[in-house]
Design a protein around this ligand. Structure first.
Ligand code: PAF
Length: 288
């Protein structure tokens, strides 16, 4: 594995790979790697000749009062994990490398962001779309790999690639979970022992919702109310428990087609998110 820090270096190296006709799988991350990230690397390794990973805690996607400074970082450990996972090129730029003193253009995401995390984290997805546009230009990926735990991010990246005619295949990868169901996340380290136990309620609530749908419930309000009921038993504060079409993220009067059940709960030092995507086949639609 080689590690590089500058835009020029990564562009030179990925241009060479392209000229050699090699496919490039790109895994953008903010580091503090866990099994969720490594599952993206594993898939990228399987699908491509070259695997590029970036580790960059992107200041632009953190709002005022969010955890940019405190975001967990451990570059030594990450380097080791990336190498063991089969990453060929690790890109670890400094903030000054990614953002010049004055930016001329910043991405502005117009759809799929007025709900869920986009609603409570104003400007977050503009920051994500900006840094990803830069990183995609640098890494020249054939395929990009994103975890479905951040399903709204996947929906935004889907729109970004489509709207800007990027010749990139988006590969969403299933959420990796602990044995008790909690989704792997860099922020899980912020949970106290008792919160860690309570946090299993998120996936329990989602599974309950999925079960109610499979039993035939088609009213989103009923499903949301029951999910909230489960989350309310924790000491956390519910940020949202919502259901929207996926990936468009539009409200639904009746559950049909492909949709997301998504939850976010704020514990004392960590805000956890999780979701489940469900697709009701056409032949199971309610009679009109
Ligand atoms: O999901 C993340 O870790 C970040 O949002 C990403 C995609 C690396 C952009 O900074």
């Amino acid at each position: 594995m080689i590690e590089i820090h500058t835009a020029k270096e990564i562009q030179t190296i990925t241009n060479t790979y392209q000229k050699e006709g090699k496919s490039i799988g790109f895994v953008p991350t903010m580091g503090f790697l866990h099994e969720g990230h490594m599952s993206l690397v594993k898939k990228a390794r399987k699908d491509n000749d070259i695997v590029v990973m970036s580790i960059f805690v992107n200041p632009l996607q953190f709002g005022p009062g969010e955890d940019y400074e405190a975001y967990p970082r451990d570059i030594e450990r990450d380097r080791k994990l990336a190498e063991e996972g089969g990453v060929d090129v690790l890109f670890t730029p400094a903030p000054e490398e990614m953002y010049k003193a004055e930016s001329t253009v910043i991405a502005s995401v117009k759809k799929r962001t007025d709900v869920l995390c986009g609603r409570s984290r104003q400007g977050h997805f503009d920051g994500v779309a900006t840094v990803l546009t830069k990183l995609f230009n640098l890494a020249s990926p054939t395929r990009v790999y994103f975890g479905m735990k951040d399903a709204q991010q996947v929906a935004v990246v889907d729109g970004l690639i489509d709207d800007f005619f990027m010749d990139i295949e988006l590969v969403p990868v299933d959420t990796v979970r602990e044995e008790d169901g909690i989704a792997k996340s860099s922020r899980n380290v912020y949970l106290t022992q008792s919160e860690r136990k309570e946090a299993t309620a998120l996936y329990k609530a989602l599974r309950h919702g999925a079960r109610r749908v499979s039993e035939g419930e088609r009213n989103p309000e009923v499903v949301k109310k029951e999910i909230r009921g489960i989350l309310e038993k924790t000491s956390g504060v519910i940020d949202y428990a919502e259901i929207y079409s996926y990936p468009e993220l539009k409200s639904l009067k009746t559950l049909s087609g492909k949709f997301i059940i998504a939850v976010a709960v704020k514990f004392s030092k960590a805000r956890l998110i999780d979701n489940i995507i469900i697709e009701i086949p056409d032949d199971q639609k309610e009679d009109e």
